[in-house]
Design a protein around this ligand. Structure first.
Ligand code: NI
Length: 227
């Protein structure tokens, strides 16, 4: 599944993140690539250990932790510290699959990449191209969202970033390990959770069937989750 997370960062938070990263020293993006993706990648990134990148990453992690849609859709267990990239002047990232396991340099912190996330940090009108193109089981989807919005997609999918032919595309990107490894099981839980929220709004949280369905949700989660 491919899920947009609107309004992950409000205007003030977005400005704070941009203030931190715009003043940082950008380097060739191939510092984080695996061998296969290095062949396809042409962009700039902030080094993982750059202090400003770490601060901006913390802000994004904090926003994720407060976002009910993100939590319901991703059911996150471990999140790789957010990274930052920039594309301009025709830069692009050709078709690739993200590495299955990410290890944080220096700490040994390991994340199995079940889901990849991009948080757009520039308004779409400010640049041409730069769409995130994801090959899903329902066909090719192109994503280019307002600044502060994010998108979650399966790390197993083939994806690419289209060439940026005007302006500059700035984004945060990272991977996460979900409590639910299987995409299909995660989708069932997300659909069930969404329906329970709708029913609770219509019938009241104390309605007997809302309580029973909430129990079903948690019993499925208990059956399937790594925690
Ligand atoms: Ni990728």
């Amino acid at each position: 599944m491919l899920i947009a997370i609107p309004d992950l960062l409000d205007a003030a938070t977005l400005a704070h993140v941009r203030g931190l990263i715009d003043a940082a020293a950008w380097v060739d993006g191939n510092v984080t690539s695996g061998h296969q993706s290095a062949l396809a990648k042409n962009n700039l990134q902030l080094p993982e250990d750059a202090q400003r990148a770490k601060q901006a990453g913390e802000i994004i992690l904090n926003a994720l932790g407060k976002n009910p849609l993100f939590i319901a859709a991703a059911l996150p267990l471990k999140i790789f510290p957010p990274l930052f990239n920039s594309y301009a002047g025709g830069q692009a990232f050709g078709v690739h699959v993200d590495n299955a396991v990410r290890i944080q340099a220096g700490t040994g912190f390991r994340v199995r990449s079940d889901l990849s996330m991009t948080v757009f940090l520039e308004e779409p009108e400010a640049y041409d191209g730069g769409e995130l193109t994801v090959e899903t089981q329902f066909g090719v989807q192109q994503v280019k969202l307002p600044a502060g919005h994010g998108v979650l997609y399966p790390s197993s999918s083939l994806h690419r970033v289209e060439p940026v032919t005007r302006g500059r595309r700035v984004a945060s990107f990272f991977w996460l390990q979900s409590m639910i490894r299987e995409d299909g099981e995660r989708q069932i839980l997300f659909d069930l959770d969404s329906s329970i929220q709708q029913l609770a709004a219509a019938l009241g949280h104390g309605h007997a069937e809302v309580i029973r369905l909430t129990g079903v949700y948690h019993n499925l989660l208990r059956r399937w989750a790594d925690a």
